[in-house]
Design a protein around this ligand. Structure first.
Ligand SMILES: Cc1ncc(COP(=O)(O)O)c(C=O)c1O
Length: 363
């Protein structure tokens, strides 16, 4: 039996009529740039998340870039970011000429905490980027927010993997997301968005995303061209109606794994909080056999991924001579297995059976 990491075709086929109609509607309107669907999506996302302002943009990396640009930080500012992350936040900090200060994460929930942040806090830190990884809200986010306020530094929340886990954010942070096709709310190409509760900030971000224009051909700031494509917005408007259903199915799948895999001593299961929406279901293989397990599963037709195999500070482009204990442990031992909403019961039980079979001889 073959089990992929995600089945986007199955998902498309389950909502095909609605998607086709939405695409056709946009084709008929031909409002391809900043069209009606984009404005509708921004309003729908504001209603869904409870955040007051939503600015669509080209992708989740741009969303992070726009968030940092809007802060107008002094040159040589430092920004804290977890070392166990997808690379995008690290990339944009560096690209914009700021200095990356890596912090560690917890092994239980893969997210950072105030104590990890305090351990690397230093002069010239002007912002913190918290990544809500794998669909799990960073449990310490309120304490981190309070710390940012008391130190007068900005907070950016990278919510690319956790849209839907976090609603009604009242914090003054800038929240970013990605609609990369494999995300819990995925477009059929690249797309992203920035969220905030502050009107002036939202206006600035919108301006920066559109060549720094305050009005057509009036450029008040150095901006970028980062627009959310109207066709993608039309697709996302349809899929947004299903995100809670999809997230629920992911949770059901994750709970099944928790029950089935709990008896295997070599596996540490993820911490499950009520709001976890399982963008990834990621386990820790404690006996050093992670890579062997991945090869075994591949031989049985089961896809898996290592999110993430190398600490960001060991990547050639972002090299730093540091060691963060938990990040090192996780990179060497994590494995994500399929958790997508369309997984069948047969596929789920096959995956568990194969993992049990592996550990029957590799405990
Ligand atoms: C945590 C995180 N941040 C940022 C991004 C960047 O998003 P995009 O690929 O849309 O640029 C991604 C994913 O792809 C991500 O997982």
């Amino acid at each position: 039996m073959d089990v992929p990491m995600i089945d986007l075709k199955a998902q498309y086929l389950s909502i095909k009529d609605e998607i086709d109609e939405a695409i056709q509607h946009t084709l008929n309107r031909a409002d391809f740039i900043q069209g009606n669907a984009v404005h509708e999506l921004e309003q729908n996302l504001a209603a869904y998340t409870g955040m007051r302002h939503v600015i669509g943009c080209a992708n989740g990396t741009d969303a992070l870039q726009l968030a940092i640009m809007a802060l107008q930080l002094p040159k040589a500012s430092k920004i804290i970011v977890p070392a166990f992350t997808y690379i995008a936040p690290v990339e944009v900090i560096t690209f914009l000429g700021y200095e990356v200060v890596f912090c560690d994460v917890n092994t239980q929930d893969y997210n950072t905490s105030l104590s990890h942040i305090k351990a690397v806090f230093c002069e010239d830190i002007k912002a913190i980027i918290v990544v809500h990884l794998f669909g799990q809200l960073c449990v310490d986010i309120e304490n981190i927010d309070a710390f940012c306020k008391s130190n007068n530094i900005a907070l950016i929340e990278d919510n690319a993997q956790s849209l839907g886990a976090i609603k009604n954010i009242k914090r003054n942070s800038i929240v970013t997301t990605s609609f990369f096709p494999t995300k819990n709310l995925g477009a059929y190409g690249d797309a992203g968005a920035v969220f905030c509760n502050d009107e002036a900030l939202a206006k600035k971000i919108r301006m920066l995303a559109s060549h720094g224009q305050s009005k057509k051909y009036i450029h008040d700031a150095v901006g970028v061209n980062s627009r959310l494509d109207t066709l993608q917005a039309a697709i996302l408007n349809v899929k947004l109606k299903y995100i809670d259903t999809y997230n629920h199915k992911r949770k059901v799948n994750a709970h099944y794994y928790q029950q089935q895999l709990s008896s295997i001593n070599a596996i540490e299961l993820p911490l499950i909080t009520a709001d976890h929406i399982f963008h990834q279901y990621t386990i820790i293989i404690k006996n050093g056999k992670r890579d062997e397990l991945q090869i075994f599963l591949a031989q049985k037709g089961i896809a898996s991924t290592i999110n993430y195999p190398i600490p960001a500070y060991q990547q050639q482009a972002y090299l730093q001579d540091i060691e963060l204990k938990n990040t090192g442990i996780l990179c060497a031992s994590v494995l994500s297995i399929p958790v997508f909403p369309e997984l069948s019961d047969t596929q789920l039980s096959y995956i568990c059976e194969m993992i049990k079979l592996f550990f029957a001889t590799h405990e």
